[in-house]
Design a protein around this ligand. Structure first.
Ligand code: NAI
Ligand code: MG
Length: 349
């Protein structure tokens, strides 16, 4: 049965890295005997230029009908004063698809330990997946704003905690089997419900080891012992901060992918970097974050773990053995590095 992948190239370096990701998906599909159908739609600034909307109606319909969605990046200075901004398309799409889980892996690749701002021996082997709740907590609570007093309410229901914790447990099952739940249960009522819900669920996942950390301790451990973690699951605000803290550990914004998942329907897969207008159109962009996102699309979007393993192994091999892009201190063009990954796909298992 064929699986459909919608590509939203977007703006700036988005189309460059999306092309690399698509070529990798095609190559992996061929070797693994999978059948993918690809389509493309305008989105972000490209959507504004083509249809006057960052999320054109037809793009939204195509997104809802797809099995998985790959996004390059959106935004750029040419739309800074437009009546609608490219980033609104992203918010609209996340909302329409009900994406409540944000997966942010941070991996220190072999041979790239020296790029981390932390000591090489500390970061060697670090491979963390942060699972962040995306639609609840402080960002979406009741708000009151006055001149002398302001209020932000934080609430979580057991159902909201359960569904994000389940994503964390399942991700841990496909990795090293370790789940760290991060909260502030010594002061916050929502955190106490969070912790109790995670503990109640843990009996359904006997193959996953669970521990709990307060968010302040987790923030320290991410920079002192990043390799101690496998999967971290946490609420919206803590996840926002911890995922950006963890991202700098890897050493370049061009290396990391992400996934956003809903209860049903397609997930959205995109590199964590933006549209990088400063290097767009020069074939300088590192496609690694996009390729890592394509591997997540295979793993979490299409349930093709073997194909995902093959693509991740190829990316790792290319980063270790081949000429790297400029952001990693190398001289390779983005397209040349993508060719290296394609070559390793043929030999990776
Ligand atoms: P950015 O991530 O686009 O760029 C930051 C710096 O990292 C730049 O120097 C850029 O050249 C470099 N960089 C980024 N990706 C790279 C890659 N793959 N290879 C090599 N170097 C890379 O962030 P910035 O400059 O703050 O934002 C530029 C535009 O992107 C803005 O319009 C912003 O709103 C948008 N943006 C979009 C996001 C998305 O589509 N999800 C996320 C973040 C920003
Ligand atoms: Mg953030």
């Amino acid at each position: 049965m064929s699986q459909s992948i919608l590509i939203l190239p977007g703006d700036g370096i988005g189309p460059e890295v999306a092309a690399a990701a698509k070529a990798c998906l095609q190559a992996v599909a061929e070797l693994e005997g999978l059948e993918f159908t690809f389509s493309e739609a305008p989105f972000g600034g490209a959507g504004i230029d083509a249809c006057g909307e960052p999320l054109p109606e037809e793009t939204l319909r195509a997104a809802e009908a797809a099995d998985a969605i790959f996004l390059g990046a959106v935004g750029g200075p040419q739309w800074d004063h437009a009546p609608k901004r490219p980033e609104q398309g992203l918010l609209g799409l996340r909302k329409a698809l009900g994406l409540f889980a944000n997966l942010r892996p941070v991996k220190v690749f072999k041979g790239l330990e020296h790029l981390s701002p932390l000591k090489e021996d500390r970061v060697a082997g670090a491979d963390v997946l942060i699972v962040r709740e995306l639609t609840g907590g402080l960002y979406f609570g009741e708000k009151r704003e006055g001149d002398d007093e302001a209020f932000d309410g934080c609430s979580y229901s057991r159902a909201e905690v359960s569904r994000i914790a389940e994503i964390g447990f399942k991700a841990a099952q496909g990795r090293k089997g370790k789940l760290t739940s991060v909260d502030k249960a010594n002061v916050l009522a929502t955190s106490r419900l969070w912790r109790k819900t995670v503990n109640d669920l843990s009996s359904q996942y006997p193959d996953v080891t669970v521990d709990h950390l307060y968010v302040d301790a987790a923030a320290m451990a991410l920079v002192t012992h990043p390799a101690r973690f496998d999967v971290i699951v946490t609420e919206n605000l803590f996840g926002d901060i911890l995922s950006d803290e963890a991202a700098v550990v890897a050493g370049s914004i061009g290396l990391l992918g992400s996934a956003s998942l809903g209860a049903s329907g397609p997930g959205l897969f995109e590199p964590i970097h933006g549209s990088a207008p400063d290097i767009a159109g020069q074939d300088k962009a590192n496609p690694s974050g996009a390729i890592a996102s394509a591997a997540m699309l295979l793993r979490y979007g299409l349930d093709q773990p073997k194909a995902a393993d093959r693509l991740e192994a190829a990316l790792e091999a290319a980063l270790l053995h081949d000429e790297r892009t400029a952001d990693l201190g190398g001289t390779a063009k983005g397209s040349a590095f993508a060719q290296s990954v394609l070559a390793h796909i043929q030999t990776a298992q």
